[in-house]
Design a protein around this ligand. Structure first.
Ligand code: PRX
Length: 645
């Protein structure tokens, strides 16, 4: 057995599950014993979902980087920890062994300290997918600073909001980032984000693209210069900060149904144990294997299954800077072939987009090293599942469909590769420790009768180690968002089915959150951005099924600006202006796919927009719109139907 707590049979899964529910404290503390602690915990678990308060391993002292790095040095010092594949295939790749990564993390931890970063300080990290991103993340953890990684696609305004919310005093960034044919000027975006900012004291800039950047005296320093100072002193080590199990490890911002994105906070020990446990069990990782998670470290998937899960397990994690379709749609397959990748973990959107290129890009690529395939972030349609199974896995690789969220830290519902059964489109069974329930809109648990499949809102009855602890700076928001909809339960925001075998199928968000290409975007957030455009009076945003992205963004806009009809009379120019506004306010990922100009929106007499109707029209359903008699102006529905794009 590779890891003492690795589940190797269906019976062992059932047994582990039973134990975890009967005595969660005994179950999780037995697993926690396998990690490096400076001091063991006083109490395994204390919780209530009313405040909410969740504390795992309280009183335990540790540092996550000792678990991800130091403890592997004796046996795996010369093994690759990170294999880095650059954006362009003709650029040299880099391999960081555990020894090298440990050294770089320690050195950059000194750099952070030299620049004034202390335990508990918030460090915003805005970088492309280069090894320095993982180094920066781990160096923060080494000294107990709280990292807040912001995905490189977010706009200056989004960064400014996040900096302010986290009261971050430090930023680590790059001059620029490569993503496919694009060269993104990250430092320049940071400069824009910092206009008017009064809290940021230091910006550390790593060199990647050599894009010209303005370095402001007294504020901006180069990564390379700072590292050189440490290296020249011969420093290769820094003592790891002693952290309490419940100290915060990081903040990661994510969208909800209302207001601005919230800073989900994860704490050190529970997150470490759970990401490690799920990495080892879901993917059935065996020492020596190469794990390739294609997500960006800017999202939770990258945090948990590129950095912390794999490294805490002493695994080899492949970090890819580029995109699946550049320079051609064979990029993933070349990487699998080149590094003999064993585990490939990606999003259904990527699979669907690659399917669109046919089988040509797969030809001549040796994929025989693959053992396990995984998907994450959105429901996978059966066609994509079968294509992945047949053409990538050659029907020999189990596919794990992993359901989870930024707030959950790690996978909560998933089959275990080759150990528990898979079912296309179904995330299947909960991980040990997870008490999933389906409830109706009143919070009443829906019970299974006979063999019938049931459907409801997905909730969780008790905490697992990596549940979010709070939303940064606003605990009440955490309570109302997740713990107030249904009493004594964590509400996921997703709807789900449960079949006679206890398998779950996630049907999608039941709140006003969209899932576009596996990325979460709140409809309210997009509406706010659209409404910032000078000529926009009001807007309503809904999702609609999109062949590649899973969901597309459909915006209905009331426009009264003087440019409503441009020279071609199509409104195209205005549409572009609106897209530009959304890009500025949030980032290109939130751009609507369709913008329909309307003269009014279907509202009830109390002024509430009937999104149900708008959703149906966007989906192409023009009959059966339900009861429209309560609308203030039922006539508007016909206009909207007729103008549908
Ligand atoms: O709706 C679910 C969907 O993605 C949401 C979480 O998004 P985020 O916090 O960005 O995390 C994505 C990566 C973990 C969920 O509420 N989702 C995630 N995984 C799946 C999924 N929907 C269906 N099947 C999945 N495997």
């Amino acid at each position: 057995m590779s890891y003492p707590y690795q589940i190797k049979s269906f019976e062992a899964y059932q047994e582990a599950y039973q134990k975890s529910i009967q005595d969660p404290e005994a179950f999780w503390s037995a697993i926690a014993e396998h990690f490096t602690w400076k001091k063991k915990w006083d109490k395994v678990l204390e919780w209530n979902f009313t405040e909410p308060k969740v504390e795992w391993f309280k009183g335990g002292k540790l540092n996550i980087t000792e678990n991800c790095l130091d403890r592997h040095l004796a046996t795996k010092g010369n093994h690759p920890a990170i294999i880095w594949e650059p954006n362009a295939p003709d650029e040299n790749h880099r391999i960081l062994t555990y020894k090298k990564l440990h050294e770089k993390v320690c050195q950059f931890a000194h750099v952070l300290k030299n620049n004034g970063v202390k335990k508990g300080d918030r460090v915003c990290i805005y970088m492309g997918m280069i090894p320095e991103l993982a180094i920066a993340v781990l160096a923060c953890a080494r000294i107990g600073a709280i990292h807040s990684v912001v995905f490189g696609g977010f706009s200056a305004q989004s960064i400014a909001d996040r900096l302010e919310d986290a009261k971050a005093e430090f930023i680590v960034t790059c001059d620029g980032a490569y993503r496919g044919a694009k060269d993104i000027p990250l430092k320049s975006v940071i400069d824009d984000a910092l206009i008017g900012n009064k809290t940021v004291k230091r910006v550390i800039v790593a060199t990647r693209t050599r894009t010209p950047v303005s370095m402001i005296k007294g504020r901006d320093v180069w990564w390379e210069d700072e590292m050189k100072q440490v290296e020249e002193k011969g420093i290769t080590f820094i003592e790891a900060e002693v952290m309490d199990a419940e100290d915060p490890l990081f903040i990661l911002y994510t969208s909800g149904s209302t207001g601005k994105p919230k800073g989900v906070v994860h704490s050190v020990a529970g997150y470490m144990i759970y990401t490690n446990y799920t990495f080892v069990n879901v993917f059935q990782y065996e020492p020596g294997q190469v794990h390739f998670c294609t997500a960006d470290i800017g999202w939770i998937t990258g945090h948990s299954y590129i950095v912390y899960g794999p490294l805490s397990a002493g695994a080899t994690s492949l970090l890819f800077e580029g995109v699946p379709t550049w320079p051609d749609a064979g990029r993933f397959w070349d990487i699998v072939d080149k590094y003999k990748v064993n585990i490939l973990y990606t999003a259904p959107t990527a699979i669907r987009s690659l399917m669109g290129f046919g089988l040509g890009p797969l030809q001549g690529k040796n994929l025989s090293s693959l053992k396990v395939l995984g998907t994450v972030g959105e429901p996978i349609n059966e066609e994509a599942w079968h294509w992945y199974d047949e053409h990538v896995g050659k029907r020999k690789c189990p596919i794990v469909d992993t359901w989870w969220q930024t707030e959950t830290g790690g996978c909560l519902i998933s089959n275990l590769a080759g150990i528990t059964p898979a079912k296309p489109g179904w995330a299947t069974l909960p991980m040990p420790g997870l008490q999933m329930v389906l409830v109706d809109e009143n919070g009443k648990e829906i019970l299974q009768e006979g063999e019938a499949t049931i459907s409801g809102n997905l909730c969780i009855k008790a905490p697992w180690p990596s549940i979010l602890r709070t939303t940064y700076g606003d605990h009440e928001r955490c309570r109302t968002n997740y713990f107030a909809t249904y009493e004594n339960m964590y509400f996921t925001g997703d709807g789900a089915l449960k079949n006679k075998d206890g398998f779950f199928r996630i049907t999608g968000r039941v709140d006003d959150v969209l899932n576009v290409s596996g990325h979460r975007i709140g409809t309210a957030e997009v509406e706010n951005a659209i409404n910032m455009h000078a000529g926009v009076v009001e807007s309503a945003v809904v999702g609609y099924p999109h062949d590649i992205k899973g969901q597309g963004i459909y915006a209905y806009v009331i426009y009264q600006g003087s440019h409503a009809q441009d020279t071609h009379g199509t409104g195209d120019l205005v549409r572009k202006d609106i897209l530009q506004t959304v890009t500025r306010i949030i980032g290109a990922i939130a751009k609507p796919d369709k913008i329909q100009f309307v003269s009014g929106l279907p509202k009830t007499r109390s002024g509430k927009i009937m999104r149900r109707i708008l959703r149906k029209i966007a989906e192409g359903e023009t009959e059966n719109l339900g009861d429209t008699s309560t609308l203030l102006d039922p006539g508007i529905v016909d206009e909207i139907k007729n103008g549908r794009l």
